[in-house]
Ligand binder design. Structure first.
Ligand code: ATR
Length: 283
């Protein structure tokens, strides 16, 4: 008997820019698994009805992206530990008819560091995170799990304070004015704001104070090589880009929906890179 044809999708609004279909359809073809992974643009009003009737719509699950990750958290009947801690769900799947929610962003964030900057998790190290939104929430959790202290730097200090209080422990909150002092002590610097992304203002921070040997990570991946990463490389720092995070988080969902553990190969990365470069307007 041949394997059943299964469908998954990326649910977001907008969603046309997503590279998740490219990744999952590459793996389906490579592994010879009958299935598809579609774009599903859902306005916030349409999202709850869609996810609570996934099977009727012909889907075994899917990824969830902006702006639905918190709604997916509320709608899931059961959640994995990372989703519970972060308060956001980016993977949905069905198990015995129940809607399950997981968070693979945290795993993707950390696995990407392991892959691109081995040894980054220095003992008692300090990570400086720029931003205090949804992306920062997952990053703090991943960094804390690996034993780093985290300093959150945000335009709106109250938001950073709220996030620091949520995690407690070694997490502290700061305004942008404190950045130079923090950079001098940072082992890892992560941009979790949307600054530097195509269509957004530049990040424009001065890296001259940054500790030698610090790893610089930008979760923005359009453009692939952000001005932050280019400047960090010019100064001799190891850099980690946001595309790796997208690639590293994808396997968790693929396994839930299609039952196989796919590999992030150089060929897959090169395909995504080429697509981003071809479709990103030149500055
Ligand atoms: P996400 O869920 O993707 O992290 P978000 O919750 O909108 O998105 O968070 C975006 C982050 O980028 C926030 O930390 C935001 O700072 P505020 O909390 O002060 O809004 C930061 N950010 C966005 N635009 C910014 C700007 N022009 N200058 C400084 N920080 C900015």
């Amino acid at each position: 008997m041949s394997a059943p044809f299964r469908r998954a999708c990326i649910m977001g609004h907008p969603v046309a820019h997503s590279r998740s279909p490219m990744i999952h359809n590459f793996w389906l073809k490579q592994l010879g698994i009958p299935g598809s992974y579609d774009f599903m643009d859902l306005a916030p009003e349409a999202f709850p009805d869609f996810v609570t009737h996934l099977a009727e719509r012909g889907y075994v699950g899917g990824n969830v992206t902006v702006p639905h990750k918190e709604a997916a958290f509320r709608l899931a009947e059961q959640r994995d530990a990372a989703a519970e801690t972060v308060g956001a769900v980016n993977v949905l799947w069905l198990e015995n008819g129940r809607l399950m929610g997981g968070n693979s962003d945290v795993h993707g964030f950390v696995a990407n560091l392991d892959d691109r900057a081995p040894g980054w998790d220095v003992k008692n190290g300090l990570a400086v995170i720029l931003g205090a939104g949804g992306a920062a929430r997952g990053a703090v959790y991943g960094l804390m799990q690996r034993g780093l202290r985290v300093a959150l730097v945000n335009r709106t200090p109250e938001r950073a304070a709220e996030l620091a209080a949520h995690y407690g422990g070694g997490t502290t909150a700061h305004g942008w004015g404190e950045l130079p002092g923090l950079l001098a002590r940072a082992d890892v610097l992560v941009n979790c704001t949307s600054l530097g992304m195509v269509g957004k203002p530049p990040l424009g921070i001065d890296l001259s104070a940054l500790k030698a040997g610090a790893v610089v990570y930008d979760i923005v991946y359009v453009p692939l090589d952000t001005p932050l990463l280019a400047e960090a490389r010019r100064r001799g720092h190891r850099t980690v880009d946001g595309l790796g995070m997208l690639l590293q988080q994808a396997g968790y969902g693929f396994h839930k929906w299609f039952g196989a553990h796919p590999q992030v190969t150089a060929e897959l990365r090169a395909r995504c890179e080429a697509d981003i470069v071809a479709k990103t307007p030149k500055p």
